[in-house]
Design a protein around this ligand. Sequence first.
Ligand SMILES: [Zn+2]
Length: 264
Amino acid sequence: MGGVQLALNKNIDQVQSGKTNFDINDFDLEDDNDREDFDNKVDILFVLDQSGSMSSYIQQAKYTICKIVEKFKKKEYDLKFSLCTYIDHEPQYNILTDFTDLCSGKQIVEKLQTVIAGGGGDLPEAVMDGLRDGISKTSWRKATGKDEKSQRFLFHICDAPPHGKEYGFPSSDPLWTDNGCPCGTKREDIKNLLQLHDIKYFLIKPNGYISKMEQLFKECFENNYKDTISLLDNIEQKDGKTDNKETKTQMWEGVLNNIEKTIY
Ligand SMILES: [Zn+2]
């Protein structure tokens, strides 16, 4: 495991600015407030691990949101986004979560522009806090329709598991390894929040380190767990081992496909 741990260390050199490697001006993100007249309200929460190793996925998250806005501007949806980024509890890091409530695609991209990936200490991060704060702080909208709720999606983008040995990796503090996140939030609490607010959960999976989390969340969240959007290509090697390789699969394709499949 030594080699794996070494490769996973959140390196301070990985700290990057929120600058994108594509031109946001290529997208038509202008606000059009008259969308609020449309009946079909769609609320999308992005929960994003902001720790050092995530810098490349923050680029993809921005691009994904631009593509979603572009796509849905052509449809009669009243679409809003919220964002919750997270790193970790002290002493691992001095930022726990940062939340932006429902706003336009343009505003959420502007917010993402300021997100800097960095820090996090040990491998596990405050996954539970990001999910809990994102779900409980978002002002989910009412809508006209059979259940009088907006259609609600949560896209969770992360490359590290929560604290707790059942998720497969030790924390620096043995108490966190044994008992999970020091705030006490468990996956059952997240399940209750998903059910309460009627939210469809999607996991965007860039590596194999969150496979155990994926499995446990799937079992726990039941019907609220909709899908995993894998950015991996599992390549079977000659000796039968599976090698996780990153592919060029675009996050935005998976997100858009899933929204289109699920929306009514
Ligand atoms: Zn916590």
